[in-house]
Ligand binder design. Structure first.
Ligand SMILES: NC(=O)c1ccc[n+]([C@@H]2O[C@H](COP(=O)([O-])OP(=O)(O)OC[C@H]3O[C@@H](n4cnc5c(N)ncnc54)[C@H](O)[C@@H]3O)[C@@H](O)[C@H]2O)c1
Length: 412
């Protein structure tokens, strides 16, 4: 029997598309990469050449109206996510929406309602630190079994990828993606932070926050450098602009129009309270200081991310842990750590969230399953960020209106 394939169109032939999604889509046996769309012809042409898409579009509506596609990967700047999703879903296409889903709850709810009404499958990125990731699923499972007892408090600081370089704290490119008002700024660039908290502890109840613009201007690499890079690429598996952009001269001056740092105090449904800081650090830190992975403290144990491990748990309920070392710790080795090869679970090797989401969406379409990182998940994570922004504006507590009750996996 011939392999069933999902016909896919991609909008946005920018960095995230060429570094991660397109190289994966092109080699999937269950995908037919039909079309790519970008407002710049240089980008559609380069991606069609590199990744083998048969059709190219410069106008998104045109692609949705004319291309024979079943699913759309929306990989454009945040300001387009809402209209592009509504258009795709209105035409009954399944969607993968890059972060952020939206930067306010009215828009997020419009997207959610449209997805539900159309009955299409939707993945709301990011899927990293969600139950799609075996490491996160294991941590979630252990916390649910009670290794921490009653969770009392937690703290998390998320400062963006270390690849920005120790003295290069802001994103090196991408005015539309990260700096304009409708991008949502670094607050909405980093849903990874609330995602990690919810995956460990479950849904959120309320938030108080202070959100500001700390660094009002930045120098970034001009847009055309990306086109020059794409034109020079010959191997589709070596099209990751991140490999070069951090070392290119930053000659374009931009204003930060949206929040670049937010300090939130979240109250979770389990009764725990904790802080979450998103922002950038601009100078080196010493090992074990600065930034800071998620740390969770309970009556019966602690859960710590960092210190060279993906996560570590110490608990008075040792029998619940898969194993413990001589000091009583259960460690999940870091990705790439040689000891991981000997470790029974999860499978060794890198978890690439872009690939995992892509595979998951296609599997869910073919098998008519509800995705794990679905619209209810996206609404809740979006509300944790939008609620923080609103609390900062009003000076009052923001009470969450979404839960994970209808998340669909039955796990919350
Ligand atoms: N770059 C990353 O590593 C990364 C990682 C995770 C998530 N993301 C997310 O991916 C999205 C895109 O980020 P990026 O870094 O790839 O940005 P980018 O600026 O490199 O790419 C966006 C692309 O969308 C195109 N585009 C914008 N408006 C369009 C329109 N109206 N019609 C057609 N094409 C249009 C742009 O021309 C550009 O090529 C953002 O939502 C960002 O948050 C990026």
């Amino acid at each position: 029997m011939p392999q069933q394939k999902v016909k896919v169109g991609v909008v946005g032939c920018g960095v995230v598309a060429t570094a991660y999604y397109l190289p994966y889509l092109m080699r999937m046996e269950t995908v037919d990469l039909v079309a790519v769309c970008d407002r710049y012809e240089t980008r559609t042409a380069a991606t069609a050449r590199l990744f083998g898409a048969r059709e190219q579009y410069l106008d998104y509506d045109d692609m949705i109206d004319r291309a024979d596609i079943e699913a759309v990967f929306i990989l454009t700047a945040p300001g387009t996510h809402v209209p592009f999703t509504l258009k795709a879903v209105g035409a009954r296409k399944h969607v993968l929406i890059q972060k952020p889903m939206a930067t306010d709850m009215d828009d997020a709810r419009r997207i959610a309602a449209a997805i539900r009404e159309a009955g299409v499958k939707a993945i709301i990125e990011p899927s990293s630190n969600t139950l799609l990731d075996p490491d996160t699923a294991l941590v979630h499972d252990l916390v649910k079994k009670g290794v921490l007892g009653d969770v009392l408090w937690f703290s998390l600081a998320w400062t963006g990828p270390a690849i920005y370089g120790p003295a290069l704290g802001s994103n090196p490119y991408g005015q539309d993606a990260f700096y304009t008002k409708d991008s949502g700024g670094f607050l909405f660039d980093l849903p990874y932070a609330p995602t990690q908290i919810v995956s460990a502890l479950g849904p959120c109840k309320s938030v108080y926050a202070k959100a500001t613009i700390g660094v009002k201007e930045a120098d970034i690499v001009p847009e055309e450098k990306y086109d020059e890079f794409l034109a020079s690429v010959t191997d589709p598996n070596r099209a990751n602009y991140w490999d070069v952009v951090v070392d290119l001269p930053r000659t374009k001056h931009v204003q930060m129009e949206a929040v670049d740092q937010a300090y939130s105090l979240y109250e979770m449904a389990d009764g725990s309270v904790g802080t979450c800081h998103v922002g950038r650090i601009y100078h080196p830190v010493l090992p074990g200081t600065g930034g800071g992975g998620l740390q969770v403290f309970g009556t019966d144990g602690n859960l710590l991310f960092g210190a060279g491990y993906t996560a570590s748990i110490i608990s008075r309920h040792k029998a619940l842990l898969p194993h413990v070392d001589a000091d009583g710790w259960f460690h999940i080795p870091a990705r790439g750590d040689a000891s991981r090869a000997k470790w029974p679970q999860p499978t060794p090797g890198a978890f690439n969230y872009y690939h995992a989401s892509t595979q998951h969406l296609i599997d869910c379409i073919l098998e008519d399953r509800e995705p794990i990182v679905n619209v209810d998940w996206g609404l809740h994570i979006t509300e944790m960020m939008a609620g923080a922004l609103e609390s900062s504006l009003t000076g009052e507590r923001y009470d969450m209106t979404t839960t994970l009750a209808s998340h669909g996996t039955g796990d919350w």
